[in-house]
Ligand binder design. Structure first.
Ligand SMILES: *Cc1c(COP(=O)(O)O)cnc(C)c1O
Length: 359
């Protein structure tokens, strides 16, 4: 009945399916790539010291303080920084700001936006919802992105780096190749996991105005709960994101997120230590799994992408769930046999390894 009132677009919408957040029992949660450690103690302190009375007031629509803090952190100008309610929101804004829909009269409309066939599964959802032609390019047999394939005629490129769910990483030399293929073509690099990887594309911003880097507080900063993401790029690109936002919602970042976002940046030592710990655990678990004969990619993110020698992805997911360990499995036949396992604490990974060995 209610569908009679839905518009055509909504009737056909696919929707991204986020990982489960179960309430029924305590799981070891290795399914949504949250950091297993708490946010910085500086964040706790800032939260405690927040003046609740000020919540009466709208936040700063220009987010001056947070953007200045981020600009300083990355040695950029405030005009090169956009902040928003999680990086998914920024990605959605990008589809509206930079990509021509299929039926647009613009010259680039016939050309596709390129992405990896096995990549972040939100991109096809946005493409469908905003009517943008998206072309998915297959990975190489080793599951790496083949940069040369992206030289074809296209209106833009959007990829995650490290890629999800493979965890594989392209270095800045490979990204330069991508950026040089057509300097009139925008390249969006979604760096949700880059703090667990060797280097960031942010240093390429001074050479390329066709680059836009998207970042989030949700993974490496252990702040998925405050919904805070940001984009770094040439001021002209940032301005475009502001225009999309200002036609949607003037206040996408609330006062709590702003305050905690600034506090998190001030604790560089804690941040470096959490990333280092995570990477150490990741490498140890990789070694253990390889010793068990498990096939896995050399992930540079905070998750592993692995394949059980005999069981299907669904069976691994189910078998682990019954033992109280939650991992992510995707129904897509392209991903058959694989599960994605977020890196938890050393103790959690010990339980995971024991549960996995029992399968
Ligand atoms: C988790 C994730 C995001 C979303 O991050 P939010 O800031 O929490 O919206 C974006 N891109 C990729 C590749 C991710 O894995």
């Amino acid at each position: 009945m209610k569908q009679t009132f839905w518009n055509k677009k909504l009737q056909a919408a696919q929707c991204y399916v986020p990982g489960e957040q179960p309430q029924d029992r305590q799981y070891i949660k290795l399914n949504t790539n949250e950091l297993p450690y708490p946010p910085s103690p500086k964040v706790a302190e800032a939260l405690k010291n927040m003046d609740y009375e000020r919540l009466r007031l709208y936040p700063d629509p220009t987010q001056k303080r947070l953007r200045e803090a981020l600009a300083e952190h990355f040695a950029l100008e405030k005009e090169q920084v956009f902040v928003s309610n999680g990086s998914d929101e920024i990605l959605a804004f990008c589809f509206q700001a930079f990509f021509e829909p299929q039926n647009s009269a613009a010259g680039s409309a016939g050309k596709p936006v390129l992405t990896a066939e096995q990549g972040y599964s939100f991109y096809p959802v946005y493409a469908d919802f905003y009517g943008v032609p998206l072309k998915k390019l297959p990975l190489m047999p080793d599951m790496q992105i083949r940069v040369e394939d992206y030289g074809q005629a296209s209106q833009a490129v959007i990829i995650a780096n490290p890629n999800a769910p493979t965890g594989l990483f392209l270095d800045n030399e490979a990204l330069r190749t991508l950026l040089e293929q057509d300097r009139q073509r925008l390249v969006i690099i979604d760096e949700a996991y880059v703090d667990f990887a060797p280097e960031s594309a942010v240093s390429l911003l001074e050479d390329y105005n066709n680059l836009l880097v998207v970042r989030t507080y949700s993974k490496s900063r252990a702040l998925a709960g405050i919904r805070l993401g940001f984009a770094l790029a040439h001021p002209d690109l940032i301005r475009a994101l502001e225009i999309v936002r200002d036609n949607f919602n003037s206040y996408t970042v609330d006062r709590v997120a702003e305050t905690l976002g600034i506090a998190a940046l001030e604790d560089g030592a804690y941040f470096a230590q959490s990333c280092a710990n995570l990477i150490k655990t990741r490498e140890q678990v990789k070694d253990r799994l390889m010793a068990l004969g498990v096939e896995l990619t050399d992930s540079q993110a905070n998750f592993l992408w692995l394949k059980h020698p005999r069981l299907s992805g669904a069976a691994v997911y189910q078998g682990l769930k019954e033992q109280g360990v939650l991992v992510r499995y995707f129904r897509d036949p392209l991903y058959a046999g694989r599960v994605r396992v977020s890196i938890g604490t050393d103790e959690e990974m010990q339980v995971f390894l024991e549960a996995f060995s029992k399968l």
